[in-house]
Design a protein around this ligand. Structure first.
Ligand SMILES: [Zn+2]
Length: 98
């Protein structure tokens, strides 16, 4: 019985791992979408992952965004409150992901 080589990351390189705040899955940072709390209290998508501020991560899956937004997970993690408009923005963004 022969086994195919499993695809594993190069051991020398450290890949930063992040947790999706909705489903709790741990994935490499670049596979997740970062959201950042901006000054003034709103939440923005941070495609570069480099914005200053408290950040949270979600899978690029509409289901996770909906769960994160509906259950208030995102607000809890970012310690902020979303306005209706802000929530709509994020939902809209998530709809473009699928
Ligand atoms: Zn997720």
């Amino acid at each position: 019985m022969t086994r195919k080589k499993s695809i594993s990351p190069a051991p020398a390189r450290h890949i930063p791992q992040r947790t999706c705040v909705a489903c709790g899955e741990v994935r490499p940072q670049r596979e997740l979408v970062r959201l950042v709390r901006v000054s003034g209290g709103g939440v923005e998508v941070d495609p570069t992952g480099r914005k200053m501020g408290r950040g949270a991560y979600l899978c690029p899956a509409p289901a996770c965004w909906q769960a994160g937004l509906k259950k208030g997970r995102l607000e809890y993690v970012l310690r902020t409150a979303l306005t209706g408009e802000n929530r709509q923005q994020l939902i809209k963004y998530s709809q473009g992901l699928g």
